[in-house]
Write a protein that binds this ligand. Structure first.
Ligand SMILES: [Zn+2]
Length: 279
């Protein structure tokens, strides 16, 4: 029906006389064949066993839509993830598209024993960042193609590299490291505050390097400095409404009511609020 070769003759050939299957699921049969041939075009070979879990199995799949975990890992192992060009070095790390609020990413990866992923943060004094990284991939079985195509190796794709999060100064010096959890688990940097204005970087890196690929998802939240820190409800005044928010959060670590950002809503925050009282 189709073929494609790597590294030469990489122009995909589709058989115009073939029946291209049902239109079900927005032409998934056709789309999966084209995506599979693209896999060959970028250098991926067939994988086994036949379990209808990998687009590069040697038969057409219609129970899944497009590249699956093993296919994505194979492509990124060779080419990096979709952020690779703007995340590998301080000099060209990207500023997040959302200057404030949440940006979510899926299918990022640390793809070998030297890869790191960087975000550039331009902060004013009091800007806070939160970054959560979650290993992706689960467990599946895959291996090289054999004539019977019934064997493979179990791969724990979520437990390849133990990830950590570093906060770097503009010069690239590590000023904080978040590394609370072990292999296969998430890491969460929560409300890290930049006390002085400047350029900083967030870096996802492996704790110990392994020459293999760890897929992960990430959530990055940038919270600008409050104009008046004690104005916890953001209405421009420090008054009884803010006191209500603070008392409701008393004893907790609710970030919006934690005026001095020490991880606890307590008498210190109350003192700061009363000294800033405007009504
Ligand atoms: Zn093929």
């Amino acid at each position: 029906m189709a073929y494609n070769l790597f590294p030469n003759s990489g122009d995909m050939v589709l058989n115009s006389s073939a029946s291209w299957g049902p239109t079900t699921n927005n032409y998934r049969y056709f789309r999966n064949i084209v995506a599979h041939e693209h896999g060959h075009g970028i250098g991926l070979e067939h994988v086994c066993p036949v379990a209808t879990t990998k687009l590069m199995e040697p038969y057409v799949l219609t129970n899944v839509d497009g590249p699956q975990t093993d296919d994505i890992r194979g492509a990124q192992r060779q080419y990096g993830d979709h952020m690779e060009a703007v995340s590998d070095a301080l000099t060209y790390a990207a500023i997040p598209a959302n200057a404030q609020g949440l940006t979510s990413y899926t299918n990022l990866s640390i793809d070998d024993n030297s890869d790191v992923d960087l975000w550039k943060i331009v902060a004013t004094a009091g800007t806070r960042v939160s970054l959560t990284v979650i290993p992706q991939g689960g467990t599946y079985t895959a291996g090289p193609q054999t004539s019977a195509c019934d064997t493979g190796t179990s791969i724990s794709a979520s437990s390849i590299q133990n990830l950590k999060i570093d906060v770097l100064s503009s010069a690239g010096t590590v000023v904080f490291t978040q590394d609370a959890n072990s292999l296969g688990q998430a890491e969460a940097l929560t409300n890290y505050e930049f006390t002085t204005a400047g350029t900083y970087y967030l870096r996802v890196a492996p704790v110990t390097t392994t020459n293999d690929l760890q897929l992960y998802s990430a959530s990055l939240t940038i919270t600008p400095a409050a104009a008046i820190p004690a104005d916890v409800n953001g209405d421009g005044a420090v008054n009884a409404a803010d006191l209500g928010v603070l008392l409701a959060a008393w004893g907790s670590s609710l970030a919006t009511a934690d005026i001095n950002h020490d991880g606890m809503i307590d008498g210190t925050d109350l003192g700061l609020m009363l000294s800033a009282w405007t009504l």
